[in-house]
Design a protein around this ligand. Structure first.
Ligand SMILES: [Zn+2]
Length: 133
């Protein structure tokens, strides 16, 4: 790919990450955990020592208007929505990488002697950052 002067640095990396973002077509909030639990029945095996707990149940927990909302999913439901839970984690990873690539781009752009955007700086004394060898 030709590296044209007009492009910001790190373009290939940033474009690749933007392409990954474009593949995300669903994101579900919250977290999914497998949980085993006790019931309210007296004398149930879940009260024995050692206990025989119920489950595991697939518990989906998320925050809605500051409150924790829990919902249980069947195996089929988890299979159906797993990709969207995975996407939520992927989205955060891609955004973090895109931030790093963009910060590198800014540093490289500035180091290459980008025009200062401070118009009050006299042009004769404009500082130009040279890349360190
Ligand atoms: Zn029980």
């Amino acid at each position: 790919m030709p590296d044209r002067e007009t492009h910001m640095p790190w373009e290939a990396t940033r474009r690749a990450l933007a392409g990954e973002l474009a593949e995300i077509d669903g994101v579900l909030p919250g977290s999914v955990v497998l949980r085993q639990m006790r019931c309210g029945k007296p004398g149930c095996a879940c009260k024995h020592d050692p206990p025989s707990l119920h489950g595991p149940y697939i518990q989906w927990t998320r925050t809605v208007d500051g409150k924790t909302v829990t919902r249980y999913l069947s195996d089929d439901q988890l299979t159906r929505y797993q990709g969207w839970f995975d996407n939520a984690r992927r989205l955060k990873e891609i955004v973090a990488k895109l931030e790093i690539a963009s910060l590198h781009a800014v540093e490289q752009y500035e180091a290459a002697g980008a025009p200062a955007d401070d118009s009050s700086t006299p042009s004769g004394s404009r500082r130009r950052h040279q890349p360190r060898q």
